[in-house]
Ligand binder design. Structure first.
Ligand code: PRX
Length: 677
């Protein structure tokens, strides 16, 4: 079709390609023990009862002073929840459990090396460690309520200990994912204005003891170049009393935590009673372009929301052993490893390493040994485990009652493997859709109430009212068969309060687009723009199609990258698929498809053509890839997301740009060689 005949994008076209999956129902055994089984919940949390409905969540936590105003909108769209309340997050996650549960395991720490012993830290021990470290932060580091502290640490118990110690004092922690570079850490230190960096000497990843402290040196150098100073670098040791970094200790700046802690042995710090709307932490979003955004999360609203959703969507009971494989350096880890589960007095598993070390049976051995019954991970990890150990779960005697998937849309094929093989057809799956900004879940099935539908996240969770708008601001209704921009009609307590130091960017990015009146103090005028494309089926379930900018437009047909990838995954040899747009004179853009095969399947023309056929068959010729590139691995971020930006650059023969945040930069060279021929 000549260029000038390319039709305008129509959301309608995307929809027809999706095939509705059948429902899967929770077992009666699951329902019998579930925390939430009463359908009334949707009525209780309807917009008619908004915002008062969220009192139910606020009442799951302990307040020093009860709040007087549920939602204050006077500074819209910077919402204030539970105004007048005084609270402490550290108290709620630790102290209040001591009376009845002090000897219960709070954290099962699983080192990556299998011959190192699992450490079981009780709530009492956690209490002691958090108090001692809080005393150190207060007296030795001189920190006071409202100060920011950057924590750049791996997955070890000292990470939640540091976070909870900050929370105890009302310090605002900014945890930077341990896999990030010193430079990325520096950017976040500068933006947050932290004067103290908490780090670690070394940690294990894929069997190797990595030097982590060297990143702190790079970070501090960079921070100083930008004219900002760091007072102290506090260094935990992977092996107490042994320094496992090649870097030297800089006198007067670097301090080994374990040496100084000796001075604070047995010291107790009263939790600071801070106001509900005081910030608990900053979490920077790892945007691919632009300055990272420091999402500022509150204390009271956030804690209430993650406690509520952990209880009702994750179905966490105090007697559960809960394992979320995410890294605490991401929002998932903050909300659903640390603050949610610990506020409910669960036992959490904290695993240092990668899921496939030393082999793909590792997660299932851990689950068997610790009798984990709630499991939480992301599609990328599920695909990885399915790729290299499809039969592994069957070898181990563990039983999950509940599993979560989070972070990206899950292809129905992968969902079914997760359900049948990992979950042994016993566990429910909650496909939870949300964002760093949102603090907690937006959409998911309530596990004992709604059946599951592979590839769909589900309806809005209680109290969340999604709405889909088209590009002109017109509502797209359920079952209409069109996709659009998914927004949330109402504020909720877990939502971030602003972007740290940049209110204009907060309003501009998330609220300006569909705001009905910029001067309004009425929340109804301020729908929250998530930036995702989605469609709503007749049953009220949402299918998330990816970021709005992940959409490929071929000859005016809007194709979700995910639907093409899902179709590719129908071919049994395919482990992972990623689609990127390639500029095309005629069609605007055409899809290029990158494929990683399951081990034992050598690349062949025959497989490539079967993949192309599968796509043509399930979507249509329009989606047929220009080229199927079979690669040994996808370029991935350290959190495991496929970097489509990099693949798109390669396909379009453009500069790849910064690859320092990749977990496997080598594959870029490999793919470049392949695509440049
Ligand atoms: O595009 C959506 C996708 O991940 C984005 C948020 O990423 P981040 O802030 O890093 O938070 C990840 C953990 C919450 C969303 O805008 N996303 C997240 N969960 C899902 C998802 N896409 C589809 N299905 C999900 N369950």
């Amino acid at each position: 079709m000549p260029k000038n005949e390319v039709v305008e994008t129509s959301e309608a076209q995307i929809a027809v390609h999706w095939q509705e999956e059948k429902y899967y129902y929770p077992s009666s055994k699951f329902i019998a023990q579930a925390n939430l089984t009463n359908e009334d919940v949707y009525k209780r949390f309807s917009l008619d009862n908004f915002p008062e409905c969220f009192k139910e969540y606020a009442d799951l936590i302990d307040w020093y002073e009860y709040w007087h105003t549920t939602l204050d909108t006077s500074d819209a769209p910077c919402w204030k929840w539970f105004v007048g309340g005084k609270i402490n997050a550290s108290y709620n996650c630790i102290d209040r459990h001591l009376k009845n549960n002090k000897n219960k395991t709070a954290i099962h720490f699983v080192p990556e090396l299998e011959n190192e012993k699992i450490e079981h830290i009780t709530y009492q021990e956690l209490y002691v460690k958090v108090n001692e470290f809080a005393a150190l932060l207060q007296s030795f580091a001189g920190l006071k309520t409202g100060d920011r502290v950057t924590i750049h640490m791996p997955m070890v118990p000292e990470l939640p200990i540091a976070m909870l110690a900050c929370a105890r004092l009302g310090l605002i922690h900014s945890v930077v994912f341990g896999g990030f570079s010193g430079k990325a850490c520096a950017d976040r230190i500068v933006d947050s204005g932290s004067k103290v960096l908490i780090t670690m000497d070394a940690y294990y990843r894929n069997g190797v003891l990595l030097d982590h402290k060297e990143k702190a040196n790079i970070a501090v150098d960079q921070v100083e170049k930008e004219g900002q100073g760091i007072d102290k670098v506090l260094i935990w040791q992977r092996y107490p009393d042994k320094y496992s970094s090649r870097t030297s200790i800089i006198e007067g700046r670097d301090f080994i935590v374990n040496n100084i802690l000796k001075d604070y042995r047995g010291k107790k710090i009263d939790p600071v009673k801070i106001s509900a709307e005081a910030p608990l932490f900053l979490m920077y979003t790892s945007g691919t372009t632009g300055k990272p955004k420091g999402c500022q999360h509150s204390t009271g609203g956030y804690l209430a929301y993650v406690a509520g959703t952990s209880k009702y969507i994750q179905d966490i009971h105090p007697e559960d052993v809960y394992w979320c494989m995410a890294d605490i350096g991401w929002i998932t880890g903050h909300s659903y490893i640390v603050y949610g589960p610990l506020s409910l007095c669960a036992s959490i598993v904290l695993y240092e390493g990668i899921p496939t070390y030393p082999d793909a049976g590792r997660p299932w051995r851990i689950a068997e040994e610790l009798d984990v019954n709630i499991f939480h991970t992301a599609p990328t990890a599920i695909r990885g485990l399915r790729k290299i150990g499809p039969e592994e779960p069957l070898k181990y005697n563990y039983h999950f009652k509940h599993m979560t998937t989070v972070g990206e849309p899950i292809e129905p094929e992968v969902w079914k493997w997760y359900y049948e093989v990992v979950g042994k057809s016993e566990a429910v799956i909650a496909d939870t859709w949300w964002q760093t900004e949102t603090g907690g879940f937006l959409c998911a099935t309530v596990p004992a109430l709604n059946p599951m539908k592979p590839g769909s996240t589900g309806p809005g969770v209680p109290g969340i009212h999604p709405i889909i708008y088209d590009d002109h601001g017109k509502e797209i209704v359920a079952g209409e068969g069109r996709a659009g921009n998914i927004c949330i009609k109402n504020p909720w307590p877990g939502s971030f309060q602003t972007i740290w130091g940049d209110r204009d960017r907060y309003v501009g990015t998330y609220y300006a687009r569909y705001c009905k009146n910029q001067n309004s103090k009425d929340w109804r005028d301020w729908p929250y723009l998530t930036g995702d494309a989605a469609m709503e089926a007749e049953d009220g379930y949402f299918r998330i199609l990816g970021r709005i900018d992940d959409v490929i437009n071929v000859s005016g047909h809007r194709l979700g990258t995910k639907e093409i990838e899902s179709a590719a995954l129908i071919v049994p040899e395919v482990a992972e698929a990623a689609v990127v747009p390639v500029a095309d004179d005629l069609k605007g853009t055409v899809p290029d498809l990158y494929i990683a095969l399951k081990p034992g399947n050598p690349p062949s023309e025959e497989i490539s053509s079967r993949i192309s056929e599968a796509i043509t068959e399930s979507i249509g010729k329009i989606a047929k890839p220009r080229k199927v590139w079979i690669v040994s691995d996808m370029p991935k971020t350290r959190s495991g997301k496929i970097m489509r930006r990099v693949l798109a650059a390669l396909s379009n023969k453009k500069e790849v740009g910064d690859t320092t945040t990749l977990a496997n930069p080598d594959v870029v060279d490999e793919i470049q060689k392949m695509t440049s021929i």
